[in-house]
Design a protein. Structure first.
Length: 582
């Protein structure tokens, strides 16, 4: 059931009033007296079949005040109907006749190319249809027959005659005496009837004739004028489409029918519709839309029928070709640069290609086609991943190189070299970092060997004890002994030398561990004596088997306190690190 809303304008009121008993009075009030009509809700005065509406159209004493009744007003119901179609559907012939008197077009077609007469027939309003036929259709049989003969090439230059007759609304007559075609303006309400059947020739329509001849240009003119290829049969029960489909281009017919329908919806000619569509695609559409529109233009054959449209298409083709080539070159450049990037492991070439592409996109944003857009986005996402990896690695390199830990530096440099793709700038950073790492390694080797570490033991020392040149003084001589150097005195010498790297007057005893230890056991006043005696680190005291050597400087109570503290220190600091058993 069709949904009808309360009329919102005088034209909608005029459209709906034809269903009321006082329809003629309302039409006269509106169109003769030029007064307003209005709709009142809550009053049931409209009699639609099977529908229940609660409003009535009534007279208003107000003048139109600048408003006008539109004889071509089409209700927004998706059908393309004027009030005459509504009259025809419900058999309201008297309202139909009165509206025609005031300028309504009885030959106007809806979105499906039907006239009010066709709607009356389809709605089985036989009496109304007969009245429409009698008073409005017989008057133009002659002019429709001449048009039929024009389509059948009965006269020279028949295509030009047909175009002028249809598009310029000219009556075509044949002057027997002068043996030539004459034109005269169509006087309202006469017009050519789409799909008029010629009873003298098997009830063919003009479209049957054009379809049989496969005359695409005439078919295009007739389609635009509302002729149907599929709905009207002749005496052999064949439609124009039945003749055309065997040797004709059915895809063209499907396309042109759709184009004509869209043009009719926009109330313009096919050429105007196609021209506007092409111009819109040219200035506001992507290269894909423009290419599709040009493809449609080519398939429509409209260029063959109109020189003006052909010129518009040629300009668009030139513009499209230039940008198609440019975008294809950009896509190829990105793909090529990406391949170069993967082979060379340097993304600078891709970065440059994307910069060039981005500049084009910024200047021609609307025109960018799908292929270029997808290629650019995909490559840009990949580049961002590589850039992120390089930036992250750069930060990590800077952080690790501040520590001067050779083992960690080698690990981070190994990870950096495993990056799939890097920049030229990052490659230079790696070279600088490699040189710096080599320098750190050289200084570490030199320092260890200067401290007395045997050359063949340097590698083990770095790997198992300490690889950070700034932390060499923290290694205990017991740790050195534990990893392979059996000579205790040699281990002590190495540890002492590493502790004295700041100068022999500045002994670094593992972060003042001896001083802290003596403070904790309240023996700090013995620090100087112990240091001169060679006890630099706490582990020196732990390693001493006989603490009685300190009898001359410590009391028994101090010795006992020292022994107890050394045992606790060894358990907490030396067992796990040095492997010494207490």
């Amino acid at each position: 059931m069709e949904k009808i809303f309360l009329p919102r304008s005088i034209n909608e009121c005029l459209y709906h009033c034809i269903h009321q008993n006082d329809a003629i009075e309302l039409i006269e009030h509106a169109l003769h007296s030029q007064k307003k009509l209005e709709a009142l809700s809550g009053i049931k005065s409209i009699d639609y079949e099977k529908d229940d509406y609660s409003f009535a159209v009534v007279k208003s004493n107000e003048n139109l005040g600048g408003m006008t009744y539109n004889v071509d007003f089409v209700l927004e119901n998706g059908k393309g109907w004027t009030a005459l179609f509504e009259c025809a559907k419900y058999g309201k012939y008297e309202a139909f006749r009165r509206l025609v008197q005031y300028g309504f077009d009885p030959y106007k077609t809806d979105f499906d190319w039907n006239t009010p007469y066709d709607i009356a027939i389809m709605s089985q309003q036989k009496q109304c249809a007969e009245s429409i036929l009698t008073h409005y259709m017989f008057h133009f049989n002659e002019m429709n027959e001449v048009l039929y003969n024009v389509v059948g090439n009965a006269y020279p230059n028949s295509t030009e005659i047909l175009r002028k007759a249809i598009r310029e609304k000219q009556i075509v007559t044949f002057d027997e005496a002068a043996r030539e075609i004459r034109f005269s303006a169509i006087k309202y309400p006469l017009s050519y009837r789409p799909n008029w059947r010629n009873g003298k020739e098997m009830n063919n329509t003009a479209f049957h004739v054009a379809a049989i001849a496969k005359d695409y240009e005439k078919m295009s003119i007739l389609l635009e004028a509302g002729f149907s290829a599929r709905h009207y049969e002749n005496d052999k029960r064949k439609t124009p489409f039945d003749y055309f489909k065997f040797d004709g281009n059915v895809k063209w017919l499907d396309l042109y029918e759709r184009i004509c329908k869209e043009a009719k919806r926009q109330q313009c000619s096919v050429e105007d519709y196609m021209s506007k569509k092409l111009i819109e695609a040219r200035f506001h559409g992507s290269i894909d839309v423009l290419s599709d529109t040009l493809d449609e233009a080519k398939k429509s054959k409209l260029c063959d029928f109109s020189s003006c449209y052909h010129a518009i298409v040629q300009e668009a083709v030139s513009f499209n070709g230039k940008h198609l080539k440019k975008q294809a070159d950009l896509v190829q450049n990105i793909v090529k640069s990406k391949n170069v990037t993967i082979r060379s492991k340097r993304f600078d070439a891709l970065q440059r290609a994307l910069c060039i592409c981005n500049e084009y996109i910024c200047q021609n944003n609307v025109l960018v086609g799908t292929e270029l857009s997808l290629t650019f986005d995909k490559a840009n996402r990949q580049l961002k991943k590589w850039l992120t990896a390089v930036d992250s690695m750069t930060i990590r390199l800077e952080r690790e190189f501040r520590s001067k830990d050779l083992t960690k530096l080698k690990e981070i440099m190994y990870e950096a070299k495993k990056l799939l793709v890097i920049s030229d700038e990052f490659a230079e950073i790696l070279i600088r970092k490699k040189n710096k790492m080599d320098q750190i390694e050289y200084e570490l080797h030199k320092t260890l060997m200067s401290a007395g570490v045997p050359e063949e033991f340097v590698h083990i020392y770095i790997k198992r004890l300490c690889s950070n040149i700034d932390e060499l003084h923290d290694v205990r001589w017991l740790e050195i002994k534990n990893v392979g150097l059996d000579n205790k005195e040699q281990c002590k010498i190495i540890a002492r030398n590493l502790q004295k790297r700041g100068g022999f007057d500045l002994v670094d005893d593992s972060k003042n561990e001896m001083k802290k230890f003596l403070n904790q056991c309240n023996l700090s006043h013995h620090l100087e004596v112990l240091s001169f005696a060679g006890f630099i680190d706490v582990e020196d005291l732990v390693d001493e088997d006989d603490l009685a050597i300190f009898d001359d400087i410590m009391t028994d109570e101090e010795l006992h306190r020292l022994e107890s503290s050394l045992k606790s220190f060894a358990e907490h600091h030396l067992v796990s690190k040095c492997g010494k058993k207490i």
